[in-house]
Write a protein that binds this ligand. Structure first.
Ligand SMILES: Cc1cc2nc3c(=O)[nH]c(=O)nc-3n(C[C@H](O)[C@H](O)[C@H](O)COP(=O)(O)OP(=O)(O)OC[C@H]3O[C@@H](n4cnc5c(N)ncnc54)[C@H](O)[C@@H]3O)c2cc1C
Length: 488
């Protein structure tokens, strides 16, 4: 254990959240900032997910920082390596690498009355006035516990831990899961694998997207005339905001999305039995709507087979599905997503009066405006509860949260307030509103179980409104939502 070091703002995580927080805090004049990052580089999601075909599912001009527009995106939906390189460049240009303590994993944080006392698993100790969590929601791979999994003789890995030393050409690959990652990597591996067997518990809705290379002349235009780039971003923003209507069950929007999906399915899949197998048994939008131009064509290939069931057990190289079908495989790839709602609960954080965060959240994740928790002074969660989206870029949500936090910190400084925590009644009203509004959405009543929900079926993950509404709410919320906390 090293000696305790001091800083003003301690940020945990160097993904989009942590980087945007550091950039905006510095703009406001806060200089004493440290970023703890458990890995060895910035990038978060885009450093961790390197599987073939990894890409964003909202256009890159929208899925990037407003403060750091990038005229050079090579495709409409940039691939993971390009997004990661963009984040590294932003971090280099802004001098953020100097703020980073890499290889440091937040182990615990305790409010000591004036400061947060933070310990890392690797033995660092920090004292900070403000603690900001930018740890993300999709970074702890979820691998289901399947009887006999240990007996599988070949390589088996999660999509977020891709084994790049393994050549899948000529191999029989079993893919478990049909979520956002599988939809991207299955079309890629199917090009060379001898056989790909996809275990699908529930079919997703997969819609086409207007992807493709951005022509060099257009990139030059974005470089030379920044207004054109801003117009493109604004255009994408408004188009993606319109998608919100699908989740609200507006008939015309739902019809439009359903027609688009059906056309895409029927264009690639001619076998009625396979069409039926790929038809989701729930309302569109209940689970995340996925986007790909390659998924259905990949499933139509001769070397790809879909088993309409999860894996029940593994005996050596044999995988047996719940419906009794059995196959032999050389490699297993878990496309089974991440621990989402329980990832935040795992944090060992102790607030005022020794209150553990796990206790404060025993009846479910909650945070005022998805950002701060009553009883936990000067602690802010970026992409906290109720800030996820089904229809637009979450970078916009992070930016709205960060703008709110830095404005609050600024105001505290000018008013001579050392610490604040949200008023419990403000937080309770926000949570009641969230639960009420979400209960009538397709996410809660569309006939599916999804990773948006916790063990009780509550949805603490998503923001029910448009991004524009959240931006307006965050811009309006001020110090009145918080109570000063005595640090005497
Ligand atoms: C494959 C994939 C594709 C996606 N595509 C999109 C998309 O197209 N559009 C969209 O809006 N969203 C997308 N998302 C969601 C994506 O996670 C967010 O867009 C965004 O990357 C979140 O940024 P973040 O900084 O909050 O979290 P992350 O990117 O997850 O970064 C969190 C960082 O915190 C670090 N960390 C975690 N725990 C600790 C700890 N205890 N101590 C120290 N460091 C820690 C991690 O190592 C990581 O670097 C995608 C997610 C995945 C997995």
């Amino acid at each position: 254990m090293t000696a305790t070091r001091d800083c003003d703002i301690l940020i945990v995580g160097a993904g989009f959240s942590g980087l945007i927080m550091a950039i905006e805090a510095r703009k406001r004049g806060f200089r004493d900032i440290v970023i703890l990052e458990k890995a060895q580089d910035v990038g978060g999601t885009w450093r961790e997910n390197t599987y073939p075909g990894v890409a964003c599912d909202v256009p890159s001009h929208l899925y990037s920082m407003a403060s750091h527009p990038n005229p050079e995106w090579s495709t409409v939906y940039a691939g993971g390596p390009e997004i990661w390189a963009y984040m590294q460049k932003v971090a280099r240009d802004e001098g953020l690498y100097e703020l980073c303590e890499f290889g440091q994993t937040l182990a615990s944080a305790r409010w000591g009355g004036q400061h947060w006392q933070v310990e890392t698993e690797e033995g660092q100790s920090w004292r900070a006035r403000v603690l900001v969590s930018g740890i993300g929601a999709l970074h702890i791979p979820l691998v289901p516990e399947i009887p006999g999994a240990d007996s599988f003789p070949g390589p088996a890995f999660h999509s977020a831990r891709w084994d790049h030393d393994l050549d899948l050409a000529g191999k029989r690959v079993a893919v478990v899961g049909t979520g956002a990652s599988a939809v991207q990597f299955v079309p890629e591996i199917a090009k060379t694998a001898a056989r790909v067997t996809v275990f699908q518990r529930t079919a997703p809705y997969v819609l086409p997207r207007p992807d493709g290379p951005v022509k060099p002349w257009l990139r030059r235009l974005y470089r030379v005339l920044p207004l054109t780039r801003r117009i493109r971003r604004a255009l994408f923003f408004h188009i993606f905001e319109l998608r919100h209507a699908v989740f609200m069950g507006r008939p015309r929007a739902v019809d439009f999305a359903m027609k688009m999906w059906r056309k895409e399915l029927e264009r690639s899949i001619t076998d009625p039995a396979l069409q039926a197998a790929l038809t989701p048994p729930y309302r569109i939008g209940c689970k995340r709507i996925l986007s790909s131009n390659d998924w259905y064509p990949a499933l139509a290939r001769d070397n790809v087979e879909v088993i309409q069931s999860g894996v029940e057990r593994i005996d050596g190289a044999n995988l047996t599905a719940q419906n009794g079908q059995s196959i032999e495989a050389d490699v297993v790839i878990w496309g089974t997503g991440f621990h989402v709602t329980d990832a935040l609960e795992r944090l060992e954080i102790t607030g005022e009066g020794g209150l553990p965060l796990a206790k404060a959240w025993e009846s479910g994740l909650q945070a005022h405006l998805g950002t701060a928790v009553a009883g936990f002074p000067n602690l802010f969660f970026l992409l906290g509860p109720h800030t996820g989206l089904g229809h637009n870029s979450v970078v916009l949500m992070i930016e709205a949260q960060v703008a709110h936090v830095v404005r609050l910190l600024d105001k505290m400084q000018s008013d001579g307030i050392a610490a604040v925590a949200p008023r419990p009644e403000a937080q309770a009203a926000f949570e009641t509103e969230m639960d009420d509004r979400l209960s009538s959405t397709v996410w809660q009543s569309g006939g599916c179980v999804s990773w948006y929900q916790d063990d009780t079926g509550r949805n603490p993950t998503l923001w029910p409104g448009t991004v524009r509404e959240y931006q307006a709410r965050m811009a309006k919320a001020g110090i009145g939502d918080y109570r000063p906390v005595s640090t005497a």
